[in-house]
Design a protein around this ligand. Structure first.
Ligand SMILES: Nc1ncnc2c1ncn2[C@@H]1O[C@H](COP(=O)(O)OP(=O)(O)O)[C@@H](O)[C@H]1O
Ligand SMILES: [Mg+2]
Length: 242
């Protein structure tokens, strides 16, 4: 049995020279769970994801992944365990071709050319983008870019997938395709989103942030019926529940 899970114990984060973006955040996500992270703009969603992926170190409290506490020494292993898909795919795609972008992570892990090729093929196949491997990322549509960005992360074979607003800026068809893609994954997932339909379809559990703190954590179906909570946190229920 795998023990990979994400744990935050009273985590706070202050940007250098800034105000506190997260305060007293405690949560635990167990293997195989899919969790939506929702909240108005500026409530700390992206900061929480950066901490989960080991791209920031907490200024208070402790983050651990698979039982390993996040410290400067453990950052490399945590970064391999947790794969972060950035909100803007242009931050993840910078090579001349899609396949080079997807190969970049595995190559840095010191894998052999055969292993790298196997990873690239598997990752692109799993997002339905194998036919795009020779394309230049800058020529892809919004939805194709999103798929390619997800493939760059999958090629690292992370145990936990963390996605920052994966459907923002997508047209309805690309949004639907991304949602269907994510629904097929069996990964442990933490998804920051404003897309309440997606939260509802993809994630049985939802964590609501308000001013850098957890306002609620529970079954999405239940929280979506709590109109006082949603009002208070500046959220709208999914269309079909209005
Ligand atoms: N690089 C940064 N430097 C200083 N403050 C930041 C930085 N990034 C985010 N913040 C601040 O931290 C808070 C939380 O931001 P963020 O995590 O991006 O929220 P969300 O993703 O929910 O919109 C906001 O007040 C934001 O202005
Ligand atoms: Mg954000």
């Amino acid at each position: 049995m795998s023990h990979h899970y994400l744990q935050f114990d009273r985590v706070g984060y202050c940007y250098p020279g800034g105000r506190e973006a997260l305060h007293g955040v405690s949560l635990r996500i167990t293997h195989g769970e899919k969790v939506a992270l929702v909240g108005a703009n500026g409530t700390g969603k992206s900061t929480l994801l950066l901490l989960a992926a080991g791209l920031l170190l907490p200024t208070e409290g402790e983050v651990s992944v698979g039982g390993i506490g996040l410290t400067p020494r453990t950052l490399p292993i945590v970064r391999q365990t947790v794969g972060l898909v950035f909100q803007n795919p242009d931050h993840q795609l910078f090579m001349p071709t899609v396949e080079e972008d997807v190969a970049f992570g595995p190559a840095n892990m010191g894998l052999t050319p055969e292993e790298i090729e196997a990873r690239v093929t598997a990752a692109l196949e799993s997002v339905g983008a194998l036919h795009l491997r020779k394309e230049s990322p800058c020529r892809l549509s919004g939805g194709q870019k999103r798929s390619a960005a997800i493939a760059t992360v999958l090629a690292m074979e992370p145990s936990v997938l963390v996605l920052d607003e994966p459907t923002s800026d997508l047209d309805p068809r690309a949004r639907w395709q991304t949602l269907e893609l994510l629904k097929r994954f069996s990964h442990t997932m933490l998804v920051a989103t404003h897309d309440m339909e997606m939260a509802r379809e993809l994630c049985p559990r939802m964590i609501v942030l308000r001013d850098g703190e957890i306002a609620a954590d529970g079954a999405a179906e239940t929280l979506f019926r709590d109109t006082d909570l949603l009002d208070d946190c500046g959220l709208e229920p999914p269309c079909r529940m209005r």
